[in-house]
Design a protein around this ligand. Structure first.
Ligand code: ATP
Ligand code: MG
Length: 283
């Protein structure tokens, strides 16, 4: 199905990030509500066409923990990405509005993210590269899905996208120091994300102050990793997070190792009413 600007009617603006704007839209002919992300790509037509080609594999991404892709098209210097609309929204908005995510729900969220990362890597050799609370989405059926992964090598090298995908406060120490991404960089970002969702605030710096981005990145590289307050969280959660935020890459877990950690193994037998939780968080 070919998507074109004329076929959409705009319903709402969902948010703006560094790379672009996301709108809730109706694809009129098929009566499908979608989330449409506009990314301005400051590159020549051949590069934009290559980005479009590289995004085609997203049609083959079928996992219940990955946001589905309807298609993408170009309009002038913009690339428009149409994806599944997640009506409860992203985890950053949820915790900022309603406080820290409860531990039982957070365990299910962790399972979904780790399963999604393993799916992308094992089936498509894709590293997420931009995992953070705003890229984990929830719908009112209680489903949890990740989005905005590093689909296009070109898109990641592109000046607009790269400046921002490249510099994020969820970046691992080795990334800040300029090493290439590995799937373990995603695991670091997962650890920081989990701390943020459990605490209800970004964990750097530990005293809760704020730092400019350069100082923040320096802090991440040179200072010890912040720890969760003792006794407030289950021991297996503490241990799981510490396996994610090991500064030394060789000591850090891979996503498959995380899946075997007692924290996630225990999630398989626990019943949590995610639908009820999600509906209680609705925008
Ligand atoms: P950054 O640009 O640094 O990645 P971001 O993830 O917040 O930050 P966008 O990816 O542009 O920026 O998304 C903007 C907001 O739109 C998100 O915070 C999220 O709340 C909302 N959003 C994005 N995709 C969807 C979607 N598929 N369904 C519902 N809401 C979405
Ligand atoms: Mg995003």
């Amino acid at each position: 199905l070919d998507l074109r600007s004329e076929d959409f009617s705009e319903l709402d603006e969902l948010g703006r990030g560094n790379g672009g704007t996301v709108c809730k839209v109706l694809h009129v002919r098929t009566k499908t509500v979608m989330a449409k992300k506009t990314i301005h790509v400051d590159a020549n037509l051949n590069v934009r066409k290559q980005i479009m080609r590289e995004m085609q594999f997203m049609h083959d991404c079928n996992s219940k923990h990955i946001v589905s892709f309807y298609g993408a098209y170009m309009n002038g210097g913009d690339i428009l990405i149409c994806m599944e609309y997640m009506d409860v929204g992203s985890l950053d908005k949820i915790y900022k509005k309603n406080g820290p995510i409860p531990m039982d729900v957070l365990k299910k969220i962790t399972y979904a993210i780790v399963d999604g990362l393993i799916y992308l890597y094992d089936n498509h050799r894709i590293i997420h590269r931009d995992l953070k609370p705003s890229n984990v989405l929830v719908n009112s059926q209680g489903q949890i899905k990740i989005c905005d992964f590093g689909v296009s090598g070109q898109l990641n090298k592109n000046s607009v996208a790269d400046t921002f995908v490249g510099t994020s406060s969820y970046m691992s120490p080795e990334r800040i120091l300029g090493s290439p991404y590995s799937v373990k960089s995603d695991v670091w970002s997962l650890g920081i994300t989990l701390m943020e969702l459990a605490l209800g605030r970004f964990p750097f710096p530990p005293d809760g102050g704020s730092l400019a981005i350069f100082e923040l990145l320096q802090h991440i590289v040179h200072e010890p990793v912040p720890t969760l307050p003792d006794g407030k969280f289950p021991a297996n959660f503490q241990d799981f997070v510490s396996k994610c935020v090991a500064k030394d890459v060789t000591a850090r877990a891979t996503p498959s190792e995380l899946m075997k950690h007692p924290y996630l193994v225990s999630s398989l037998t626990e019943k949590v009413d995610l639908e009820k939780w999600a509906q209680s968080q609705a925008r």
